[in-house]
Design a protein around this ligand. Structure first.
Ligand code: GRF
Length: 198
């Protein structure tokens, strides 16, 4: 079956692009209903527009509290998903902590990609943390989002070596290549499972 997706972004949107490419190339049975950014002018929005996908900016600066922001976010995303039974929210570089106001509205329907092998290196600067700790292997994790920071159920992981001389940028680029493969792959496996999260 076909998944209905909303993708939340804050930046460059290469993971969004991987999803859009997979949909266009029929490797992913999904429709991207909306791309929403909390920041105006980011490249992810231009990527969505170039693919003819609806976009929206909802700036956190316009809201007094996280709850107020998330209440409006839920309203917009529910409208975009139109009550689809196969609707999922994908966090693709969305740099906001979501409250239970948001998570309770989409139980087990929010999926994140994180640039480390969780539970190692949750939170920001995961690539920098990996380099600083001198680990020899890192990677990326696709997981369900719960109320913790990068603590939800793990759906898939991919590993990459950390090479001598790596910094956060060279390691980050190696991890991103795997992210672009892993995230559309997990979404397609959900589509193939009839919208059930494996
Ligand atoms: C990725 O490394 C992702 O794992 C993390 O934020 C980054 C987003 O990159 N959550 P992009 O915007 O998809 O290029």
């Amino acid at each position: 079956m076909t998944l209905d997706l909303v993708v939340l972004v804050s930046g460059s949107g290469t993971n969004l692009q991987a999803i859009l490419d997979a949909v266009a190339e029929k490797r992913l049975d999904a429709r991207v209903r909306l791309v929403l950014s909390n920041k105006p002018g980011v490249k992810a929005l231009a990527r969505a527009e170039a693919s003819g996908v609806a976009t929206r900016v909802l700036s956190h600066k316009d809201f007094p509290t996280r709850e107020a922001y998330d209440t409006e976010l839920v309203k917009i995303l529910r409208e975009a998903l139109g009550g689809s039974a196969h609707g999922f929210v994908v966090l693709a570089g969305f740099m906001r902590i979501l409250t239970t106001t948001f998570l309770d509205a989409f139980p087990n329907r929010v999926i994140n990609i994180h640039p480390s092998l969780l539970p190692s290196f949750p939170g920001v600067n995961a690539q920098q943390q990996a380099v600083a700790h001198g680990v020899r292997v890192s990677g990326c994790t696709v997981h369900l989002v719960d109320a913790g920071t990068d603590t939800g159920r793990i759906l898939a992981q991919a590993a990459v070596p950390v090479l001598p001389g790596d910094d956060e940028h060279t390691l980050g680029a190696r991890i991103l290549e795997q992210e672009h493969r892993l995230l559309p792959g997990v979404l397609q496996s959900i589509a193939e499972a009839g919208g059930k999260v494996p």
